[in-house]
Design a protein around this ligand. Sequence first.
Ligand SMILES: [Zn+2]
Length: 191
Amino acid sequence: MGDYSVKKIVQLYTRDLERVNWDKYVWNRLTIPKHRIFVWLTMHNRLQTTSRLHKMAIATNANCLICDDAVETQEHLMFECKFSFVVFSSIRKWCGLPNNHTTVNAILRWIARSKKNKFQKHMLFAIVGAMIYHIWCTRNDVFWNHRVVAIHNIINHIQKDVIGRMYRVMPKKTDIGGKEWLRNLANQVCI
Ligand SMILES: [Zn+2]
């Protein structure tokens, strides 16, 4: 990509947006690589939702592909949709995230400012990344295959993806508290 680097593209996109330390949030090693771009797009409200495609006259209506009950904005798809609401609630309960946030940026900011240690913060970033990715895939699955995957399967996928990643790339210097926290989360996941 030469001089027109990813960094410059990101600067272009983020010029007028809230300044967030996105690289630390998104590109930490524990976040699954294929999830990272979706976290970044969501942080900058750039997912190609149906409402956005409708505005560009690409989609015939603006409704949510999953529930068909409301306009598919990013906020709806990730937080307000009855499907994602259940997914987020279960995952939040599982890993201890608070349930009073309504944007991805607010969740990431809460994690960054929390008193948790570095390993726990990075794992929570990875969990948020997995939630975004799987909800977006669910929405695309409806578009391409006309089916909504069962909620408990999505929750299980998110948990298994993150736990698998943690055990593969967990830093050697992770302290006992971090390892115990991970083991406790892993024990709650159906294999
Ligand atoms: Zn919906």
